[in-house]
Design a protein around this ligand. Sequence first.
Ligand SMILES: *[C@@H]1O[C@H](CO)[C@@H](O)[C@H](O)[C@H]1NC(C)=O
Ligand SMILES: *[C@@H]1O[C@H](CO)[C@@H](O)[C@H](O)[C@H]1NC(C)=O
Ligand SMILES: *[C@@H]1O[C@H](CO)[C@@H](O)[C@H](O)[C@H]1NC(C)=O
Ligand SMILES: *[C@@H]1O[C@H](CO)[C@@H](O)[C@H](O)[C@H]1NC(C)=O
Length: 421
Amino acid sequence: MIIDFKLPPEKPIGKATIPHHNHHDHQQQPAFIPCFRWPTRGTLLVSVTLAGCLLLATILLLLSVATSALHTLHTSLLQVPNITTFLHPDNNFLLLVDDGLNGRMVEFDGRSVGLDGQNIALDGRTVGRDGRTVGLDGLTVGPDGPDSQSVGRPRWTTERLARRLPQCIIIGARKSGTRALIEFLNLHPRIRKASDEIHFFDEEQNFQRGLDWYRRKMPFSYADQITIEKSPAYFITRYVPERIRAMNATIRLVIVVKDPVTRVISDYAQTLANRIKKGKHYLSFEDTVLTPDGAVDVSYKPIRVSLYHRHLEYWLRVFPRDQLLIVDGDRLVTDPVLELERVETFLGLEHRINASHFHFNATKGFFCIRDAQNDRVDRCLSKTKGRAHPDVPSDVMAKLRDFFRPHNERFFREIGRRFDW
Ligand SMILES: *[C@@H]1O[C@H](CO)[C@@H](O)[C@H](O)[C@H]1NC(C)=O
Ligand SMILES: *[C@@H]1O[C@H](CO)[C@@H](O)[C@H](O)[C@H]1NC(C)=O
Ligand SMILES: *[C@@H]1O[C@H](CO)[C@@H](O)[C@H](O)[C@H]1NC(C)=O
Ligand SMILES: *[C@@H]1O[C@H](CO)[C@@H](O)[C@H](O)[C@H]1NC(C)=O
């Protein structure tokens, strides 16, 4: 009787199969019988072959598992989701590899890295946004992949980055220079700003999304950096102080204010520009701020926003005075460094922002952030900032000044500081 042990390659290993070609023999001779026979030379050879096949198959299986695991690792490292640049306190460049709430980063000496072979500007803002790849070996970064020749050799740092809840919020007031303030403060190496107005505490829909949602809106920062956001609507929204205290009772709050009359005019100018753009009907400034009988219209929202003492009262019921800093929005325009030094002190930071960071743009009439690498390009606030104001008749101005004077006095008493309005 011949028993053929040759295994068809696709059959599972480990089970001997009995060929079916000798149907007759098979019926007479049950399959288990060869097991009890003394192995002949032929069956020994077959067994050795079988063992060899088994070993080979196992090795192949292990190899394929290992290969696929490596491939997964390779892909996950290569498909770096978001890379942004970061400026470290010591002015080194970081490419941030963003995985949601936490990040890891690649650090450069700040000189030799660049997309398209260009150098990075020292402000750290012009590179890396579309950088899609980080070298698998963690050594090379560049636009054309892990082997990119155009970039320098970075140093990895082990410091952890995280999105953190703000330790300072610029709560208002609208049209008083909050954008300028947060952009200027962001020059400080120990300050990181959220880029948008988040409206977490004032907009119910956002608030219901919870603190984790809020945190995800924050920039990455180091443990020793201060995260700042600004949402000017907080200042005038009654339930916001309590909500912020519930998040952090020792948080520091900054309020930028400017001359309340100028602020009303800026507010009007912004609404006017929007209405004109949308082809909507609009009233003159005079008809907007005054009632038909010539009194100041306190139901006009920009007027109410400028009643600073009323809003501040609600904040002072919830937070001690020394947790609030009042910034002079008018001086922020004429002498930014002076006001910024006050904020640095308030935040317990050393003075790092100085005149070398600014350039007065005569065309615009205000200070722009100087580009450290290129003297001819300033980073100015958007063209809507410093928008032309309507000409306001002097009698309307006088009415507004008279109206605000007693309110201003109350505000000065509340804050223990006077302004020339
Ligand atoms: C990467 O950025 C995009 C756009 O800002 C965002 O939608 C996405 O969630 C980010 N991915 C990760 C992993 O954070
Ligand atoms: C609360 O704010 C203070 C002041 O900025 C800060 O030192 C502290 O770390 C904050 N606490 C939390 C939990 O964020
Ligand atoms: C201003 O700040 C820059 C950068 O922090 C520094 O290099 C420079 O020495 C400072 N200038 C003055 C006058 O302090
Ligand atoms: C000043 O601002 C104007 C208008 O935005 C701009 O065209 C000009 O380049 C700026 N000047 C400098 C020196 O940046």
